[in-house]
Design a protein around this ligand. Structure first.
Ligand code: SF4
Ligand code: SF4
Length: 389
């Protein structure tokens, strides 16, 4: 006998977090047949739709299949009931950010727009306290905008390192909880649809072998390229992904300029290689994001509706980019009265992007990476080429 204990609160939370149509599902399985990512054995997303309707929170939150979905929405477009399984899976993924977050009360702040004022108040209060430390806030003089003359560069770097250390620690704790939950550390466990637990067969090598395998798929966006109805997502997400990487490399280049070459103020000319890399990264990121937002908002609605978590991440990213460009423009124009206040706004936005990374949409990168490793290890995930052979 299988005893089912539905979590009604969880069902309501999923519906609020983007899965509002989940109860329309009448379990025809069209979605599982149509999904280009779903394996033949224990396919998704029909089983997840049943679990979501029944409120089987524990099963859903340790089901790595939710991260094998790339929200191409082939299933939602073809669902005869308009239950939008692609959006339901996205809502479940968003819930995992909260469920495995450390500390959990910060993760909770991302579950509803009602907590947004707290999310923005935290960096403002921290920045205010930071500026009260003697020697941090300086008095810039002259007509030229020099950000290092406004806030002490060294203080910014120390604060950045502290935030970075916090992010690494809480991210590792959160991802370890997820790792344990999906059963990767003690042998993978896959629960079949009828509620019977069974051990899957390990099909290949150890941790690092699968890490490399999963990384290759992520770098090439192999699975994204299999989407049918929304193929644009492959290129758009590729742009966002590599845009981030190039921006990260250009930031490291800027740090190297300061510490290896003794450059005091980073007012790099447009032809500098680090600047060029940063600008290409920005264009890729901004172009990819804009393409995704445009398609999500377009009248056809076939690309799916963004959830609150999607909007939080997208808006913050846009604002970081826009304030960054305005800072550069006001520096070149020598507009000191605009540049320095903009710098403060930019710092708050960057904090929200980086310090909140383990709780926000950003976290999907790591959770998906772990789920990929599990799926590779158990033979559940194969590339399109391997599958056709
Ligand atoms: S989500 Fe739609 S397509 Fe999938 S099983 Fe339910 S009704 Fe059928
Ligand atoms: S959104 Fe795409 S990848 Fe996700 S379950 Fe639906 S068809 Fe599969």
């Amino acid at each position: 006998m299988v005893r089912i204990e539905p979590d009604i609160r969880f069902v309501k939370d999923l519906m609020k977090m983007g899965g509002g149509d989940l109860k329309k599902c009448f379990q025809c399985a069209t979605c599982s047949v149509i999904c280009p990512q779903s394996p033949d054995e224990n396919p998704f997303p029909r089983k997840e739709m049943i679990w979501a309707q029944w409120g089987l929170k524990d099963k859903l939150l340790r089901d790595p299949d939710i991260y094998l979905c790339h929200q191409c929405n082939d299933c939602s477009i073809n669902c005869p009931r308009g239950a939008k399984p692609g959006e339901v899976l996205n809502a479940i993924r968003n819930y995992t950010f909260y469920e495995y977050s450390t500390p959990k009360f910060i993760g909770k702040l991302f579950t509803s727009p009602a907590y947004f004022p707290i999310l923005i108040a935290i960096p403002i209060i921290l920045l205010y306290a930071f500026l009260q430390i003697p020697g941090v806030l300086l008095s810039p003089e002259g007509e030229h905008v020099v950000y290092g003359n406004f806030i002490n560069h060294l203080a910014i770097e120390v604060a950045g390192m502290l935030v970075g250390a916090y992010v690494i620690v809480v991210a590792l704790l959160s991802f370890y909880k997820y790792w344990k939950a999906v059963g990767m550390s003690s042998g993978p466990v896959f629960e079949v649809e009828r509620g019977v637990e069974g051990k899957t067969t390990m099909v290949s090598g150890g941790f690092w072998y699968e890490f490399w395998n999963a990384l290759k798929d992520i770098l090439r966006h192999t699975k994204f390229s299999e989407c049918a109805e929304n193929r644009y997502r492959y290129l758009a997400h590729l742009g966002v992904f590599y845009g981030f990487i190039l921006l990260g490399i250009s930031t490291l280049g800027a740090v190297a300029y300061m510490y290896l070459f003794g450059v005091k103020e980073l007012a790099l000319p447009l032809y500098d290689p680090v600047k060029i890399l940063g600008n290409i990264g920005f264009l890729l990121l901004f172009g990819g994001m804009s393409w995704i937002v445009y398609r999500r908002l377009s009248a056809s609605g076939t690309a799916g509706k963004p959830s609150y978590q999607d909007w939080f991440f997208i808006t913050d990213l846009y604002l970081v980019a826009i304030t960054g460009i305005l800072m550069e423009a006001s520096r070149l124009a020598g507009a000191t009265d605009i540049a320095y206040p903009l710098y403060l706004v930019h710092l708050v936005l960057v904090f929200m992007l980086l310090a909140y990374a383990p709780y926000s949409k950003f976290a999907h990168l790591m959770y998906r990476g772990l789920a990929y490793m599990w799926a590779k290890k158990t033979g559940r995930l194969v590339g399109a080429k391997e599958a056709s052979e």
